[in-house]
Design a protein around this ligand. Structure first.
Ligand code: KG4
Ligand code: ZN
Length: 336
């Protein structure tokens, strides 16, 4: 089964060809980061227009790199939510048009489910149940991925999520406040690598209280600290902020894995590109005798290969999606 997948939920225009949910024949990602950097964040209207210009060339490149002709495809998939509505519409409409023109089924994919499946693409030995820490610009969720009742099916159980800002959002807001630019995660990581993580004792939101997360108090605390200590070295503040985020993420994922009897901890979403988080999850798993699934950085950030892999799975379990299916900016994960 070869699937052409398109991802345009935020500010990356991406297309990929994936075979049998496991083999990535091509994965093209065109980032709009430079377009939005001047505004300090993603401008939805600018994003939609850029997707419109890029989606055709990116799809052509993905097919060419995969050496795949439309006639060899089994389906065309696209992200239908959650995300920016204008951006989602561009990718989903393009995918439906290709599907209709080539006489192929269309598969609408949930972006978050895509992030959950990303690890499988690189490590087919991933065994369930697995606790997945999904940390992106819009979401922070702790999910237990477990085998469903039907043969080969997978269920998602939500263990906890953020009650205010997402982890990536906290990185972006703090970076903007510190004048480090956009996107904030990589900027904080870069600047913080020169600083001391124990320089400032920032609060660990909701530490020891279940599996929900809170990052808005941490953000306020950075603002207060800088107002009181305007000459504080930015490297120390960035490193200490990052440490506070990573500490809670790792502690809660670890506790969850222990309580649900998981075989592994897996990370996904843009924040999973963070080196400190990757190292700390790996170390925690080693100590707890668990497998650690740390996808490559390009598989953690938004891409279409993860959408293609999920589409293969969904096509098998649910069949194709109707061509009149809408996009949904607030689409939720199907949870048990
Ligand atoms: O998953 P993603 O690419 O897009 C969304 O679906 O949101 O995640 C983007 C988020 C941004 O908030 C960005 O600052 C954060 O991931 N991010 C990082 C790093 N790289 C990207 N956060 C911390 N450290 C990084 N190295
Ligand atoms: Zn994402």
């Amino acid at each position: 089964m070869k699937v052409l997948a398109i991802e345009t939920s935020c500010d990356e225009t991406a297309a990929a060809v994936v075979e049998d949910a496991r083999v990535v024949l091509s994965s093209v990602v065109s980032s709009q980061t430079d377009l939005h950097a001047a505004f300090g964040g993603v401008v939805p209207e600018v994003a939609s227009r850029a997707h419109l210009e890029l989606v055709g060339p990116v799809v052509s490149q993905a097919l060419e790199q995969a050496g795949t002709a439309p006639g060899e495809l089994s389906a065309v998939a696209a992200t239908i939510g959650p995300g920016l509505v204008g951006s989602l519409l561009v990718g989903a409409s393009a995918a439906k048009a290709y599907a209709w023109a080539w006489g192929l089924p269309f598969v609408g994919v949930n972006h978050m489910e895509g992030h959950l499946h990303a690890a499988f693409l690189e490590d087919p030995s991933l065994s369930l149940p697995t606790v997945v820490l999904l940390v992106s610009g819009g979401h922070t969720m702790l999910i237990c991925m477990q085998a469903g009742a039907a043969e080969g099916s997978i269920e998602y159980r939500l263990l906890g999520e953020t009650i205010d800002d997402a982890a990536g959002e906290a990185f972006d807001k703090v970076a903007r406040f510190l004048g480090l630019g956009y996107p904030g995660g990589p900027a904080i990581e870069r600047v913080g690598s020169e600083g001391r993580a124990d320089a400032v004792a920032f609060p660990r939101g909701l530490a020891g209280q279940g599996y929900d997360f809170s990052f808005s108090g941490l953000k306020t605390s950075v603002v207060r600290y800088m107002r009181a200590n305007p000459r504080a070295p930015l490297a120390d503040v960035a490193a200490s902020f990052q440490e506070a985020v990573v500490d809670v993420l790792v502690a809660k994922a670890r506790k969850a894995a222990r309580e649900v009897g998981a075989k592994a901890i897996c990370i996904g979403g843009g924040v999973a590109a963070n080196t400190s988080l990757r190292e700390r999850v790996t170390a925690a798993c080693r100590e707890d005798g668990l497998a650690a699934f740390i996808p490559s950085r390009r598989m953690c950030t938004d891409n279409a290969a993860m959408i293609g892999a999920t589409a293969c799975y969904r096509l098998r379990t649910d069949g194709p999606t109707r061509l009149d299916a809408p996009v949904d900016p607030n689409l939720r994960l199907p949870l048990v």
